[in-house]
Design a protein around this ligand. Structure first.
Ligand SMILES: [Fe+2]
Length: 457
């Protein structure tokens, strides 16, 4: 029986030699070629079972051009492209031209052989990893601007269920390249969900807590997260908001919740929020979600910041678990002066509760303590003024007052996002105007001129 023959094209002579050796060792007959014109000539003159080419080749003809020409000539001959982070746009184009597989450089020898064998056997997987949409997390491409190297593998989505790895863990991403992708309209990149959870865990510094914690009952956790998803969809989600930002916000909130619920103490706190009064947990989910979205709208691109904000939003009212539900359920206007005093202790109590857990960042504790401070100095517990309040606490403050209006509580009925913003505008000086303007933008609410030029301070 004759050997399977492969045409390999790469202008890197050394690498071409390595590929030839590896493939021959694995029983293939190999024609190695260092330039596109020579490859075209070979392809026309001989019969090949498969073509493997680098996407970038010296000279005018690229790997994509070869793909296009070869597919026109003999569409059934499989074509694998070797690609990388630098060639995202070309990779997307290559998929539409009928590339049968992609390999992100640098790749392992066994990955190459497995891909070739599966394509030759016509197995279904190969153009992308065999994972489903829900196995990936969509991240704004802006998230990749701040990081010099990629901590995890990065993928581009071609269409439903079809993702291509274009960046390997540990590679550098040149800043100009990202700017270039954005200019060409590529807005999102993807991480595997399991990697994204590790990434969040890293940003929230929860790993030290997790290792010391007792084992979490996985069924309990699954039930709780399912209930949480339902709450988000029924009570927190609102249709008028920017859809892409909402998708990203829900994704980040969902992953944060999964990370948090891996830890028995944290899951205990979430359950305490959920069982204390009917509305406390839904409110906390809303504040976490909208804080993250406001931060995005403010172009705060650091994932570490968004992760801390989402976490702080989730636990900002955790101090309320120590307050009598009878006080929490009363409308504020009906509280006695003593009850007001007790109610207002929840900010400091929250910080205290979180400080007892190892690994919670000081930013998060400050945010929780300050989430009722107003820029005018009329908030509590410390009556701080504008410049003394933590910038992230100012975001939580806006999200908190907004969510009090749009999510039903024990004493109030929900109103529309537009009506909620109108109510916040009754006392606009309480809030940082840039942050309030970001909330308005999220809901396409017309922004008064006085809000346009302010900066978060
Ligand atoms: Fe609060």
């Amino acid at each position: 029986m004759s050997k399977t023959s492969i045409l390999v094209v790469d202008d890197d002579e050394l690498f071409l030699g390595v590929l030839k050796t590896v493939l021959e060792k694995n029983g293939f007959a190999v024609s190695a070629c260092g330039d596109a014109q020579g490859a075209e000539h070979l392809f026309m003159m001989s019969e090949y079972d498969l073509v493997l080419s680098d996407i970038r080749l010296n000279g005018k003809i690229s790997g994509i051009d070869l793909l296009s020409r070869f597919k026109k000539e003999r569409p059934t001959i499989p074509f694998i492209l070797m690609t990388g982070f630098a060639q995202i746009i070309e990779t997307i184009q290559a998929d539409s031209l009928g590339a049968n597989g992609f390999l992100a450089k640098p790749f392992r020898q066994d990955a190459l052989v497995v891909l070739i064998q599966s394509i030759l056997k016509k197995e279904v997987l190969p153009a992308a990893e065999a994972l489903k949409d829900e196995d990936y997390i969509k991240l704004s491409i802006s998230d990749f601007i701040s990081g010099k190297d990629i901590r995890y593998d990065v993928f581009v989505r071609l269409n439903s269920g079809k993702y291509i790895k274009i960046g390997n863990q540990g590679e550098d991403i040149p800043h100009e390249q990202i700017t270039n992708y954005k200019a060409k309209g590529l807005n999102f990149l993807y991480l595997k969900k399991e990697d994204f959870k590790k990434y969040l865990d890293f940003n929230l510094k929860l790993s030290s807590v997790v290792t010391k914690s007792k084992q979490v009952d996985s069924q309990k956790k699954i039930n709780f997260l399912k209930h949480t998803n339902e709450l988000i969809l029924q009570k927190v989600f609102t249709e008028t908001v920017d859809k892409d930002l909402m998708d990203q916000g829900v994704t980040i909130l969902g992953s944060t919740l999964e990370v948090v619920s891996e830890n028995d103490d944290m899951l205990g706190l979430l359950e305490a929020l959920n069982s204390h009064t009917d509305s406390l947990y839904a409110h906390s989910l809303g504040v976490a979600l909208y804080s993250g979205m406001i931060a995005r709208e403010l172009s705060w691109t650091s994932m570490s910041t968004i992760a801390k904000l989402t976490f702080a939003g989730l636990f900002h009212d955790i101090g309320k678990k120590e307050i009598d539900p009878a006080i929490l359920k009363k409308p504020r206007a009906n509280l006695t002066p003593h009850e007001v005093q007790v109610y207002e202790t929840h900010a400091a109590r929250g910080m205290e509760i979180l400080s007892q857990l190892k690994g919670i960042s000081t930013d998060v504790m400050q945010i929780v303590l300050q989430h009722h401070e107003y820029c005018t100095g009329h908030g509590y517990p410390a009556r701080l003024t504008r410049s003394k309040i933590h910038p992230m606490a100012k975001v939580i403050s806006v999200a908190n007052d907004f969510c009090k209006q749009v999510i039903a509580s024990d004493s109030t009925q929900p109103v529309s996002p537009a009506d909620a913003i109108e109510r916040l505008l009754i006392y606009p000086d309480r809030y940082d105007k840039t942050i309030l303007a970001a909330l308005m933008k999220l809901f396409k609410f017309p922004i008064p001129q006085e809000f346009e030029s302010k900066r978060v301070s």
